[in-house]
Write a protein that binds this ligand. Sequence first.
Ligand code: SF4
Ligand code: F3S
Ligand code: FES
Length: 246
Amino acid sequence: MGYQAHFRVWRGTDDGELRDYTVEVNEGEVVLDIIHRLQATQAPDMAVRWNCKAGKCGSCSAEINGRPRLMCMTRMSTFTEDETITVTPMRTFPLIKDLVTDVSFNYVKAREIPAFTPPAGLEPGEYRMQQVDVQRSQEFRKCIECFLCQDTCHVIRDHEDNKEAFSGPRFLMRVAELEMHPLDEARNRPEEARGEHGLGMCNITKCCTEVCPEHIHITDNALIPLKERVADRRYDPLRRLFKKKD
Ligand code: SF4
Ligand code: F3S
Ligand code: FES
């Protein structure tokens, strides 16, 4: 059975406002369906970014009742019928309009990570690695680049000044993935994570892991192992004495 829901949606740019709407909801719908209905019936100029409506493109990220989420994967059945549902744009990135933010910060950070660097002379097709190593990075490759983890991490969410020095959980995870690749030998990824990507600013609050729609264990499986490798390389006296590489 359908019902009328109360939505409160951010409209406009930085000096915009939360606007109230009463809108029809039908069984099985998700928040993105309701935003589309608002566009179709009451707010044709409302800006919203989406693509797949299947939790795979990472485009429809927003904050629903203050929590970073994919709009297309948030079922209306998780709210009570009399609840006001507030939808706002991701707070960590500059607002363009309504629910659409400029996420180019993330593309800048992605470009700062040097690509996979196999040993010189090894051609594609000659790579050999053990299944256990393949599986290790498989989890990280599920990332759909929704940037909800970036949005939620307090290091940049609450401190604009940190954006220059901190790449955020998604990209520290990328560094960890490369570090765990047995053929990525030429670079000192832990040192790059510490120096250029600001790994030390992460204080393991795990908020990034909590919001990840792909349920990637960002903190436990990427960030903490990377921190351990930094500690190993910098503070292990035997490693320093013999200048041992992994
Ligand atoms: Fe989104 Fe998870 Fe990838 Fe972060 S790690 S961008 S939350 S899918
Ligand atoms: Fe931020 Fe995740 Fe670390 S939320 S502080 S990157 S554990
Ligand atoms: Fe693609 Fe939501 S529309 S993840």
